[in-house]
Design a protein around this ligand. Structure first.
Ligand SMILES: C[S@@+](CC[C@H](N)C(=O)[O-])C[C@H]1O[C@@H](n2cnc3c(N)ncnc32)[C@H](O)[C@@H]1O
Length: 295
């Protein structure tokens, strides 16, 4: 998981890279990125966006997306007719978001869309400006999640909504790690995986657990550190768990035949969902939606 994270951060994007859910196409040079194949995006980013879409009620809303990355969610929200601001401190990523926005074939019918290079800790706007604040896979990264969510709370209108999709690898259990070991090892034995696991299953499972729990050098918030302020500052209206372990497998698998890769990706995703639904593993990705509480 650590290696995948570092490689992703260092990814070299093609000059014409436009990560757009409505213009999906293969980007084969992005070997470590899910954007390399449309079917991987359908199972991951597009699925996450459908969750966000389901959490939005109302028309012509003012929406802030914190940590928008390449901006694919902000773009879709603007296409739904909302006025959207996406912020992210990574200028390279924001350049990609702006290029995608500028070449958007649906640009004329969109709501306002603006991307800013900014750190949410230092960024501000008038209190009570937004109907929705969205955090998709960014809250884990931000120090003092309570303070961060208080800032979001402040920016929301009365009755405004906070949507948070987030992963919590600290919840990984041995069953999830064992399942990951089994599918990764099977891929590896066929030469279809980019890294190597120990042959001894116990050692392999320990390694996967260690990577998930302690493998990242930088700070990462634990589930309880995020859940607590979310529930204090917002009246929870929705909470659910979803597949996420398989995202790492998708990034690192190297299956030459695309039909086979698509089939296996669908199978791994379905298996993880089944294990979550039958309570066999502790899932990692959660979806929270709540309205601004009086504090
Ligand atoms: C894993 S990416 C998620 C991107 C996108 N939201 C998604 O769901 O795919 C996390 C993003 O959060 C951004 N980020 C990190 N620290 C931030 C901060 N202090 N303020 C705003 N964004 C931040 C990173 O630059 C990165 O683009």
């Amino acid at each position: 998981m650590v290696d995948a994270f570092l490689r992703r951060t260092l990814t070299q994007y093609p000059l014409d890279f436009t990560p757009d859910l409505r213009r999906l196409k293969p980007w084969p040079s992005l070997k470590d990125s899910l954007w390399r194949q449309p079917y991987l995006i359908e199972l991951t980013y597009a699925d996450n966006f459908r969750r966000v879409e389901d959490s939005i009620r109302g028309r012509n809303l003012k929406i802030l997306e914190v940590g928008c990355g390449t901006g694919f969610m902000s773009l879709e929200l603007a296409r739904m007719g909302h006025d959207v601001v996406g912020i992210d401190p990574n200028d390279k990523i924001i350049r990609i978001a702006r290029r995608t926005m500028e070449t958007d074939p649906y640009g004329k019918s969109r709501g306002d869309l603006r991307y800013e290079i900014a750190d949410f800790n230092k960024w501000s706007d008038d209190p009570g400006t937004y109907d929705v604040v969205l955090f998709s896979r960014v809250l884990h990264d931000l120090l003092h999640p309570g303070k961060i969510l208080s800032r979001a709370h402040h920016l929301l209108k009365k009755g405004g909504r906070l949507i948070c999709l987030e992963y919590a690898y600290d919840r990984i259990d041995r069953r999830a790690a064992t399942w990951l070991y089994q599918i990764r090892r099977a891929l590896e034995l066929t030469g279809w995986y980019s890294s190597h696991l120990p042959v001894d299953p116990r050692e392999g499972v320990d390694g996967i657990m260690n990577d998930a729990l302690y493998g990242r050098k930088e700070h990462i918030n634990k589930f309880e550190e995020m859940r607590h302020p979310l529930e204090q500052l917002f009246h929870g209206e929705h909470f659910s768990w979803h597949c996420y372990y398989c995202w790492d497998v998708f990034r690192e698998m190297r299956i030459p035949d695309q039909r086979r890769e698509k089939a296996l990706a669908g199978l791994f995703n379905g298996m993880e969902q089944l294990l979550i639904d039958s309570l066999e593993i502790q899932p990692a990705l959660f979806h929270f939606m709540g309205t601004k509480a009086t504090v």
